[in-house]
Design a protein around this ligand. Structure first.
Ligand SMILES: C[S@@+](CC[C@H](N)C(=O)[O-])C[C@H]1O[C@@H](n2cnc3c(N)ncnc32)[C@H](O)[C@@H]1O
Length: 215
């Protein structure tokens, strides 16, 4: 057990049923809009080289990785095996409820980069997950935690459900630092709808990302 950051109320959520019930049926939908996903893909293009072993933690049927880049290996984790089976980027995957067990079945220093998208917001024990990620990510490796202003709110612990966008960013940062991560970089950006209507300047889902390196 690592240093505890949250109290019992902050960990609680409106829907306390087992998470496996909520995720029992696959959702083959996009949780974030095309503007957000385009920004995320560009971030991955900028930060991830093809020689990396990538972990997509709390994944689904899509990993948002740039199609033109083949990584050394992409390992997925999530709650629904049908979604993970459909995810064409994954070389391997496993299913695990991280609100029940935060021990990752991965060797020490076996991962170059871990990605989490619209995911941290569902963690009731983020301290333990942050500590496990520090263990499995190689020295010099990366952790990229991205999210927007949406969530399955009944499944988000109150620390998230009752917080603002800025509070979410600082919360993720503070948990990481408390578990020994160096001060991460925070991205806080607006996005704009791509395509034929882009000249109208219509806004998309806001883009937030916490970029940490395991130094
Ligand atoms: C909004 S979806 C985002 C999925 C994916 N990262 C994406 O960008 O499409 C939230 C994901 O968090 C993961 N998740 C939620 N609760 C979880 C739990 N208790 N344990 C492990 N993973 C969980 C599931 O994989 C679920 O698909």
């Amino acid at each position: 057990m690592t240093d505890m950051f949250l109290n019992t109320y902050q960990r609680s959520k409106e829907d306390n049923d087992d998470d496996s019930i909520f995720y029992a049926h696959p959702r083959f939908v996009h949780h974030l809009d095309d503007a957000f996903r385009g920004r995320l893909k560009q971030l991955y293009r900028d930060k991830l080289s093809k020689d990396l072993i990538v972990l997509d933690l709390m994944s689904s049927w899509t990993s948002h990785l740039p199609e033109e880049i083949s990584y050394r290996k992409v390992i997925g984790h999530g709650m629904n095996s049908a979604e993970l089976e459909k995810n064409q980027r994954l070389d391997a995957y496993w299913v695990q409820d991280l609100n029940k067990n935060q021990d990752l079945p991965l060797e020490n220093s076996s991962i170059d980069a871990c990605l989490m998208v619209a995911a941290w917001q569902y963690l009731q024990y983020p301290e333990n997950v942050a500590a496990e990620l520090k263990r499995v990510i190689k020295t010099g490796g990366r952790l990229i935690i991205s999210f927007s202003n949406r969530a399955f709110w009944t499944k988000a612990p109150r620390i998230w459900a009752e917080g603002s966008d800025l509070e979410h960013l600082n919360y993720v940062k503070d948990v990481l630092i408390a578990q020994g991560w160096r001060e991460p970089q925070l991205l806080y950006e607006e996005t704009y709808k791509p395509g034929a209507m882009s000249f109208l300047g219509l806004k998309g889902d806001p883009f937030f990302s916490v970029l940490a390196s395991n130094d």
